[in-house]
Design a protein around this ligand. Structure first.
Ligand code: NA7
Length: 289
């Protein structure tokens, strides 16, 4: 059984690491803010003092952190993972970053003699807790085969997408839908309320119609109740929307709606809603009344 280092035990990382532990993989964890490893230590994980120490004692090293800068510092910064990525080791980055940055990191890892996969996922904290994430994988499929059981501890569906960065490219496309559809939902809820339509009738009809989405089942109650406890914090979606804009620009893809959607979420972020669930974008509409 492969030993695993899990680096980045935030909102998503913690339940994912717990699921690795539940499947009995030997696990060492590291988080910049050490207090966030407490629940994992209690569940039986070892806690490393540096990313390098975590990576040195493990066959597979996973990072699950906020953005490009975080991955870069954990990989190539002081006491970084790269120092321990010797031949035979596999590094999996599950953070949402750009395909371009990920390809650059894969170059560094391969130059050190190890292998790398980009493996972003679809699903928020509740799905992560159940171990039912959809995981997209970019990189050599033979490397994926070597770590499939580790990924299956966290995810229900594992898809190989293509070469380095391809899974992140797909992840950004999926998050374009996540953001756009939730903005459409917010507008639909707002309009239906202003037209006097009962919220539960609206929900029932929406979810038996051709535009139904499991995401609406989760996000509409948040808008109606005003309980925006974060499943996916707005600040991270805004980061993804900026990555989508950059990536689309370089690919020559015109995305006029994406630009509008990005600006709406950015406005909500600027209003101080960044730590709340991204469905809080609904509140921007409410306040226009
Ligand atoms: P969280 O809960 O915001 O957690 C982010 C994690 O990233 C957390 O462990 C942070 O450590 C870590 N982080 C952020 N910046 C750095 C730097 N510069 N160096 C080291 N570690 C850092 O996010 P989620 O768990 O919801 O999401 C993680 C990824 O999945 C993200 O890419 C999403 O878009 C999808 P901290 O605890 O702040 O010390």
């Amino acid at each position: 059984m492969k030993s695993v280092a899990f680096i980045g035990t935030g909102l998503m990382g913690r339940p994912m690491a717990l699921n690795i532990l539940k499947k009995s993989f030997p696990l060492v964890v590291y988080n910049r803010t050490a207090a966030k490893t407490a629940a994992l230590a209690e569940a039986g994980a070892k806690v490393a003092r540096t990313p390098l120490e975590a990576a040195a004692s493990s066959d597979v090293v996973i990072t699950m952190v906020s953005n490009i800068e975080a991955v870069e510092s954990l990989l190539a910064g002081r006491d970084g993972i790269l120092g321990a990525l010797t031949p035979g080791k596999i590094y999996i980055d599950m953070s949402t970053i750009t395909p371009e940055a990920s390809r650059k990191f894969a170059g560094l890892v391969e130059a050190a003699g190890a292998a790398m996969l980009d493996a972003p996922m679809s699903g928020s904290t509740n799905v992560a807790e159940k171990g039912e994430l959809t995981i997209m994988v970019g990189g050599d499929p033979r490397v994926l085969d070597e770590v499939r059981e580790v990924l299956q501890a966290m995810g229900k569906f594992i898809f190989h997408v293509g070469d380095h960065g391809s899974a992140l490219a797909l992840k950004l496309v999926i998050n374009h839908f996540v953001a756009g559809m939730t903005e459409l939902l917010a507008e639909g809820v707002d309009l239906s309320q202003k037209l006097g339509i009962d919220a539960s009738v609206f929900a029932n009809v929406l979810n038996t119609s051709v535009v139904r989405s499991p995401m609406y089942d989760i996000k509409m109650p948040k808008m109606i109740s005003g309980d925006y406890t974060a499943q996916f914090p707005l600040r991270l979606l805004v980061k993804d929307l900026n990555y989508i804009t950059q990536t689309a620009r370089k690919a020559g893809a015109a995305m006029p709606v994406q630009a509008l959607v990005r600006d709406l979420y950015s406005a909500a972020n600027d209003k101080g809603y960044g730590e709340l669930d991204f469905s809080v974008v609904y509140e921007i509409l409410g306040k226009k009344q």
